[in-house]
Write a protein of this length. Structure first.
Lengths: 260, 254
């Protein structure tokens, strides 16, 4: 009997079991709406129709892409700044001692608390949510990168020095690959938080994005089918972003820590 | 035979909880070009510190170390350390590890050298394997091959096989002797395993308890391959163990 046959039932179960739970919840939702005769809370069918309506009007693509774009820019900016800072903090004790208290002080401040200042500094436009996403992504990334570099086992650095590898080559050949598992965890956490924050940030202002869709649908005519449609889309795209990051982590050279 | 390593009056003090602790003192030793010297001593006697000083990872407080007449100022590819911890990079394939120290060679030459030394340690065909797929003994072979690949003059070994099971340890010792017969190198081995030292070394330097000083230097005259069960070997082992303060083993009067 080969491994695939043996795993077959397990694979089928991991596919069908969660689908069954989702199906059951959707069914309950539908029944509850039907039973209470609610005129406000939409049925799953109405939500699907709502998504279809958004797609036909081209709004689906517009809201999704502008949310994704903001997350991309803010998150990208955070990666570009937080990873080098984290590497410096992990490698140079002096930098860690000097910078870490500030990081720890700012880290627990919710990005949502920055919204008034963001509006003050960047106005009501694309820049404010990008700034908030940058902030929310920055701290988990710095912390995880620092930990990753801190915990590099000394014998690897010693061996590299023994082979005459130092400076930037040490960074590229040893420090970054050794810290990469931690950096990727930081990126996954950051991206998750960024997705939470973009939706919240878009609720305040602007004219596009999934957060805007939700608030606008409620304000302009109590379209609760579109409100829930927005929520469903947020969930689906959040899950997709996370699975992209998970996929990244499964590459052999990256996943070395879990043993291949 | 010329001296490869010269150690003159080396001493090292560490600060532990603010108090100075003399670790090694008055070490004078010369190691010849193709000689295999083992440093044995009780734990905490500073043998690893001494090895780190010779290999350039730590500076002595007094005295000096020179390799081929040049003072040692830091680690270099002249002498590669193989330690108990193991330092095969887990994010690189076996081939990637072997070519790690060969950055200055053309790509084709790097691959050729890697293949050669992989064959030397009996791991041909494992080029593309990741370290997590290998056993402890295989990882140690990769580490030895990676060290040999940069053609070092010296191999520094700090309890290199201590983390392995007894059978693998014995097998790797035999292989190390075979490799050294094919490609002679200067070797300095730190170990607390007297039998391992007798099995491998030409000369055993017995260090005293801290602060480590050279207590005795024992030549091992037996030709390779050595039979560990021979009477002379057993007698020598008992003698060295007695010097290390382990008495009861030979008397049997317990």
């Amino acid at each position: 009997m080969n491994g695939h046959d043996w795993l077959g039932p397990v694979r089928r179960a991991t596919f069908w079991a969660p689908l069954g739970v989702v199906g059951a919840l959707v069914g309950l939702w539908w029944l509850a709406v039907a039973a209470t005769g609610s005129l406000i809370v939409p049925t799953p069918g109405q939500v699907l129709l709502g998504i279809g309506e958004l797609a036909r009007q081209g709004l689906l693509l517009r809201h999704v892409t502008s949310s994704l774009w903001r997350v991309g820019v803010g998150f990208g900016l955070a990666v570009v700044l937080a990873v080098p800072l984290g590497v410096c903090m992990g490698w140079f004790h002096g930098v860690f001692v000097a910078v870490n208290p500030v990081i720890q002080l700012l880290r627990p401040v919710s990005p949502i608390a920055w919204i008034p200042l963001a509006i003050l500094w960047f106005g009501v436009g694309d820049l404010s949510p990008v700034f908030l996403i940058f902030l929310s992504s920055f701290f988990p990334l710095v912390v995880n990168t620092t930990t990753g570099v801190h915990t590099i086992e000394r014998q690897y650095v010693r061996a590299a020095r023994n082979f005459g590898v130092g400076g930037l080559r040490l960074l590229r050949l040893v420090i970054l690959p050794a810290a990469l598992p931690h950096i990727l965890v930081g990126m996954r956490v950051s991206l998750g938080v960024a997705w939470l924050v973009v939706v919240a940030a878009e609720m305040i202002a602007l004219d596009s994005g999934l957060g805007f869709l939700i608030m606008d649908s409620r304000n302009a005519g109590n379209r609760y089918d579109l409100v829930v449609a927005g929520m469903v889309l947020i969930g689906v795209f959040g899950l997709s972003l996370d699975s992209v990051m998970r996929r990244l982590e499964t590459f052999r050279a990256i996943r070395w820590r879990d043993g291949g | 035979m010329a001296d490869r390593i010269r150690i003159k009056d080396v001493a090292k003090t560490f600060l532990t909880r603010g108090r100075p602790l003399l670790v090694v003192e008055g070490i004078d030793l010369a190691v010849a070009e193709t000689e295999f010297v083992a440093l044995v001593g009780p734990s905490g006697c500073g043998k690893t510190t001494l090895l780190n000083i010779i290999a350039g990872f730590e500076a002595p407080d007094r005295g000096e170390v020179s390799v081929d007449g040049m003072p040692v100022t830091g680690p270099s590819r002249t002498g590669i350390v193989i330690s108990q911890l193991g330092s095969v990079f887990p994010w690189l394939t076996v081939a990637g590890n072997l070519t790690f120290g060969l950055g200055d060679l053309p790509r084709a030459e790097r691959a050729r050298v890697a293949r050669h030394y992989l064959a030397v340690v009996g791991l041909q065909g494992f080029e593309h394997a990741f370290p997590s797929e290998l056993s402890g003994g295989m990882l140690k072979r990769v580490e030895v091959a990676r060290a040999l690949a940069v053609r070092p003059e010296i191999l520094y070994m700090d309890e290199p096989f201590a983390a392995l099971d007894a059978l693998t340890r014995l097998r790797l010792r035999l292989e190390l002797r075979r490799i050294l017969a094919e490609e002679p190198r200067t070797c300095v081995l730190v170990t607390h395993d007297v039998e391992e030292a007798i099995h491998l070394a030409d000369r055993i330097v017995v260090l005293s308890a801290r602060p480590g000083r050279i207590q005795d230097v024992v030549d091992i005259p037996f030709p390779h391959p050595r039979r560990l069960s021979s009477l002379e070997v057993v007698a020598l082992k008992d003698r060295i163990l007695r010097e290390l303060g382990v008495e009861a083993l030979t008397s049997g009067a317990d």
